[in-house]
Ligand binder design. Sequence first.
Ligand code: ZN
Length: 91
Amino acid sequence: MPRKKDPFVCPRCGARAQEPNKTWTLVSPMPDKYGRITVTVMGSFTCPSCGYSWRAVVQKIKTGGGEAEEERPREPGMVIEIDLNDLDDIE
Ligand SMILES: [Zn+2]
């Protein structure tokens, strides 16, 4: 078993797609606690063998790091809670 799930492999029959039909990026709306933004590259695949279509995460990029200091304007009475941990547990 591969350690990491291969996004190119068809979840239905196990054949490997050559490349995504289409890719796009998702940018997380909030930086993590280190001030980094996670950019997720998604791909849309079609299986060359059975024709099944699926979408998978092709790559995750963390950007904007290097600033240890957290400086965020705080507006009283305004609470934003977004849990990004589910998307972000590679390590
Ligand atoms: Zn397939």
